[in-house]
Design a protein around this ligand. Structure first.
Ligand SMILES: Nc1ccn([C@@H]2O[C@H](COP(=O)(O)O)[C@@H](O)[C@H]2O)c(=O)n1
Ligand SMILES: C[C@@]1(CO)OP(=O)(O)OP(=O)(O)OC[C@H]1O
Length: 163
C-alpha cells in the first residue's frame, strides 16, 4: 500500500461586490473573495494539497490565472478535475483536514455543508473530511478583515492493506 500526503495554502482578498464562496457554499456577507475564478479559498487549498500529494505542482500550473477559460470558474469543478487525476493514478482519499483563517464571517454554521460538498467531490464519506475555522484574534491581514486564508492537508492511499 502506498500513502502520500500533501498540503495546500491559499489566500484571497476580501472586497465589496463579490460573492463570498467558501468550500462550495455561498455565505451571506457584506464582502466576497477576489480572484480570477470564484476565489474559493478553501477548495483551492484542498486542490493544492491533492496536487502536492500527487507531485503534480500547483493549481496555477493546471488552471492559469491568465487563461480566460478559468475566469469566474467554479472551483468545485477544478477540484473535481484534479481528483480525476488522483483516481487515474489509483488513489482514494484517506482523509482531508482543513482550516479556514478568517476574522469574519462566522463559518461554523456552514461547515457541515462544506464537508458534504468536499466529501462528495472526493468520492469519500463525510467522516474522512474535517473543516475547521479560526480567527487570528484581530491580528494581521485576516484579523483586519482584508482577506481570508485556508490551509489543508490530505492523505491519499493507493493499493490494498497487506495482512
Ligand atoms: N471565521 C470563523 C472563525 C472561528 N470560528 C469558530 O469560532 C471558534 C473560536 O475561534 P477562535 O479564533 O477564537 O479560536 C473556532 O474554533 C471556530 O469554531 C468560526 O466559526 N468562524
Ligand atoms: C484558480 C485560479 C484560476 O482561475 O485563479 P484564482 O481564482 O486567482 O486563484 P489562485 O488561488 O490565485 O490560483 C489559481 C488560479 O490560477
Amino acid at each position: 500500500m502506498m500513502i502520500r500526503v500533501g498540503q495546500g495554502f491559499d489566500v484571497h482578498q476580501l472586497v465589496e461586490g463579490r460573492p463570498c464562496i467558501i468550500g462550495g457554499v455561498q455565505i451571506p456577507f457584506e464582502k466576497g473573495l477576489l480572484g480570477h475564478s470564484d476565489a474559493d479559498v478553501l477548495l483551492h487549498a484542498v486542490t493544492d494539497a491533492i496536487l502536492g500529494a500527487l507531485g503534480l505542482g500547483d493549481i496555477g500550473k493546471h488552471f492559469p490565472d491568465n487563461d480566460p477559460a478559468f475566469k469566474d470558474a467554479d472551483s468545485l469543478k477544478l477540484l473535481e478535475h484534479v481528483w480525476g487525476l488522483a483516481k487515474e493514478k489509483g488513489y482514494r482519499l484517506g482523509n482531508v483536514d482543513a482550516t479556514i483563517i478568517a476574522q469574519k464571517p462566522k463559518m461554523a454554521p456552514y461547515i457541515p455543508q462544506m464537508v458534504d460538498i468536499i466529501a462528495k467531490a472526493l468520492d469519500a464519506e463525510t467522516e474522512q473530511v474535517n473543516v475547521k475555522a479560526t480567527t487570528t484574534e484581530q491580528l494581521g491581514f485576516t484579523g483586519r478583515g482584508e482577506g481570508i486564508a485556508a490551509q489543508s492537508i490530505v492523505c491519499l492511499v493507493q493499493g490494498m492493506l497487506s495482512s
